[in-house]
Write a protein that binds this ligand. Structure first.
Ligand code: ADP
Ligand code: MG
Length: 505
């Protein structure tokens, strides 16, 4: 099959206020190939792809599609003309059914009367049937078209979006950090779609922070840094170290994970779970977290570990059993916060952050008691200083602390969540997939912060689907399956991923 350039971007520039998001960016997207985009958080990956897909406009530069000028006015226009994008943030509406999301803005075509079915009530049966076909076509039959979207989890909502876009059979598909939100099964769906599109001589632009994944799935890889294209590697030139150093513009210095194998901690128990039960999620669950301990919890995504994090923080109530924090029985989330327990949720956009508020307001919520008197008066000056310090410590890339969190890139949002809890001086931190969708530079900073906290006598629970980071960071690693702990490993230099995986499946 003849490979041709489908989309050509030349000399594109884009600013957001004082932030330069893209600087003279040129990219070619070819048929029959998967082009990878990689770069640290905030390097411009979503910006350039969302411009191609009609979500926003560039300030200058040109684009062509099939050698004709390409100026999509909207994402819908773009999709109707062959270019679709699975966006990084959630793209579904919660208050409607799955079918209505799949045919968002198009339910008018399912009406009962008129030549083009333009009036009368919506033919729900037909709508559901067509939506189910779209779900079945991508291999997501377990989601039912008539379900309410709000009842589905992040992964399922992502799959609805994918079904909606694939139902239009795009010729060019952008996949923006979608796989980070998906379990292995969801990932397989994306990989199959990419494979199929290649066979049909279509094109894919694939954005991911998972270096291993991107090296395996892409035919070429373009590295972005601070809005500049740094280099494009062809598959034959893929080399992990070369890619990493071109991403961050320097060699990674210092330790990535902690370098010691001393898994010791103090005897004092700061958090304890006794015979906790929650139907189908946790079964007679017992656990003790010690002062100065980093406890890793791993397993497949439905093993119960994400529920465990919520239960530990008082966000979900177990049916029986108890949770004690520093010896006192935990009643609810407010109680946990009072005892200086912090929690970073996996689904950070909906659970950990207020997107329509500023960075300042989000970070300040965690530290309120540090600049209030008697819980009432907020001293604006203290607040500003406090937030500024967190922004600097975590090098959050933003235009200023008054910028809305919704405008930040994924990894920078995650840093805001971190800043909120670390700044508060939490004694116990429960982190659910803290580095999901975060680039290696930020990951390293987070790992070093966790280790620092341990040394200060704080306790950390890391729940993660990435075994390498669990092995790299934990004093003790617990593997869960079907709501139970299957095995416990002490920290050891010889512990391998294969050792842990056998208890997961
Ligand atoms: P990436 O996808 O590589 O993580 P983005 O393309 O999202 O990065 O962001 C590039 C830069 O532009 C970042 O500094 C980001 O904060 C900024 N940015 C992106 N979208 C907006 C927006 N809507 N408003 C203001 N700044 C934005
Ligand atoms: Mg992005």
């Amino acid at each position: 099959m003849k490979q041709e350039i489908l989309v050509k971007v030349e000399h594109m520039n884009k600013r957001f206020g004082s932030t330069v998001a893209l600087k003279d960016v040129s990219i070619e997207v070819c048929s029959g190939r998967v082009l990878g985009l990689i770069g640290e958080n905030g390097s411009g990956k979503s910006t350039v792809t969302s411009i191609i897909a009609g979500m926003q406009n560039a300030d200058s530069g040109t684009m062509t599609y099939h050698d004709k000028e390409w100026k999509p006015g909207s994402m819908l226009y773009s999709l109707e003309h062959g270019i679709g994008m699975i966006v990084q943030e959630t793209g579904t509406v919660p208050g409607i059914t799955v079918a209505e999301n799949i045919f968002l803005g198009e339910t008018k075509f399912f009406k009962s009367f008129g030549e083009k079915h333009k009036w009368g009530p919506v033919k729900r049966k037909l709508l559901n049937q067509k939506a189910q076909e779209a779900l079945d076509a991508i291999g997501a039959s377990h989601i039912r078209a008539e379900q309410m979207t709000a009842n589905l989890d992040l992964q399922e909502r992502k799959l609805i979006e994918i079904a909606r876009i694939m139902n239009k059979h795009p010729e060019v598909l952008v996949v923006d950090e979608t796989t980070t939100a998906l379990s292995q099964k969801g990932r397989e769906i994306i990989y199959n779609i990419m494979e199929q599109m290649k066979k049909e001589n279509k094109a894919v632009v694939f954005i991911s922070h998972d270096l291993e994944e991107i090296m395996e799935k892409c035919d070429a890889l373009t590295v972005l840094r601070d809005g500049n294209i740094i280099v494009t590697f062809d598959k034959s030139e893929f080399d992990e170290d070369k890619i990493k150093s071109s991403m961050i513009g320097r060699q990674l210095e210092g330790d990535y994970y902690r370098s010691d194998y001393d898994g010791s901690c103090e005897d004092e128990v700061v958090l304890e779970m006794k015979d906790v039960n929650l139907t189908g999620k946790l079964i007679d669950f017992n656990l003790q977290l010690h002062k100065g301990e980093i406890l890793g919890i791993g397993g497949l995504s439905h093993c119960g570990m994400h529920t465990l994090g919520k239960v530990m923080f008082g966000n979900k109530k177990p049916e029986s059993g108890e949770i004690r924090i520093k010896g006192k029985k935990l009643k609810n989330e407010a109680d946990a916060m009072k005892h200086m327990v912090g929690y970073v949720a996996k689904d950070r956009d909906t659970e950990s952050l207020c997107l329509n508020a500023s960075i300042k307001d989000n970070i300040a919520v965690g530290g309120l008691d540090q600049f209030t008197t008697g819980g009432f008066l907020i001293f604006p000056w203290n607040e500003k200083k406090y937030v500024q310090k967190q922004v600097e410590t975590l090098s959050i890339k933003c235009a200023g602390i008054n910028q809305y969190v919704s405008a930040l890139s994924g990894g920078n949002k995650q840093k805001v969540v971190f800043g909120k809890w670390i700044g508060r001086g939490s004694d116990v931190l429960i982190l659910d997939c803290p580095t999901r969708g975060v680039d290696i530079g930020v990951k390293q900073a987070m790992y070093q912060l966790m280790y620092q906290m341990k040394k200060e006598g704080k306790s950390i629970v890391i729940i993660s689907e990435e075994l390498t980071e669990l092995i790299g960071m934990s004093d003790r690693l617990m593997i869960m399956k079907d709501g139970k702990i299957m095995h416990e490993f002490p920290r050891s230099e010889s512990l391998s991923e294969a050792d842990a995986i056998q208890y997961m499946i």
